[in-house]
Design a protein around this ligand. Structure first.
Ligand code: PGA
Length: 245
């Protein structure tokens, strides 16, 4: 696992957008694993700018998203399908038929199987983008005494519901379950890039980069087993966890 420390969150987003641009330029029909949440928004803004400037072409790219809330449709403004459309897909030259976000409505188990099929379709992701939860979750694989390898339904922890309440009118509106890629799905990607900023992430990032322990209580620590995992943090967060490089 490699750790990159940048001067600022903006620089982290630039570095990651450039990594994604380079993967697409090297392999125009690549497969990207994408993430939602607050963290990747400026990364997607930079990719939109690059696409408009002719620096990257998404016309042959396929994408699969990490997760989706159970119980809200893709038209809901807090669904991850809506997030991806409005924060990225509507503004770049990607074919939306080549983008996949799990369905949040209907038969959740069947939707999880469909997500698993999409993870495998056409081979593994060339790059998987990740945020990290305050409790170390990646996608919606929550801290627990066990983790699940494949796509499945996860019950969200109190920590995740509280963290995500900022996107909803009230905390009670946050869905309590989600469909998520499993840990094996995420670790199968050729390259995994995790971006984090903000002091709320200190405990999770400490567990990820400050020792060699792997624990299901901090799912991100599984990345220590990946030979091409990259963690991108700004110096504020690096200093807060005591990371010296
Ligand atoms: P955030 O979420 O980017 O909104 O902090 C990250 C996550 O929960 O994975």
């Amino acid at each position: 696992m490699k750790v990159i420390v940048t001067n600022s969150y903006d620089e982290s987003c630039k570095v990651v957008a450039e990594m994604i641009r380079d993967v697409v330029n090297q392999k125009p029909a690549c497969k990207l694993g994408l993430a939602t949440g607050g963290t990747p928004v400026p990364i997607y803004k930079k990719l939109i700018e690059m696409n408009k400037a002719g620096e990257v072409d998404f016309s042959q790219v396929h994408t699969v998203n990490l997760d989706e809330y159970c119980g809200i449709p893709g038209t809901h403004d807090q669904s991850y399908r809506y997030f991806m459309d409005t924060n990225l897909f509507n503004h770049i030259n990607i074919d939306k038929a080549n983008t996949y976000v799990a369905q949040g409505m209907g038969d959740f188990e069947a939707n999880a199987r469909e997500l698993e099929a999409k993870v495998r379709e056409g081979g593994v992701a060339d790059l998987q983008l990740l945020g990290i939860g305050n409790n170390g979750h990646i996608a919606f694989n929550e801290a627990s005494d066990h983790l699940v390898a494949v796509a499945h339904i996860e019950t969200l922890t109190e920590s995740t519901i509280t963290a995500n309440a900022r996107f909803f009118e009230k905390k009670e509106d946050v869905p309590t379950k989600a469909i998520t890629m499993g840990m094996g799905d995420i670790l199968a990607a050729k390259c995994v890039v995790l971006v984090a900023t903000g002091l709320a992430k200190v405990p999770a990032i400490k567990g990820l980069i400050m020792d060699d322990v792997i624990t299901t209580q901090n799912p991100s620590t599984m990345l220590k087993m990946h030979e091409n995992a990259i963690v991108v943090i700004d110096k504020e967060l690096a200093n807060a966890v005591g990371y010296k490089g």
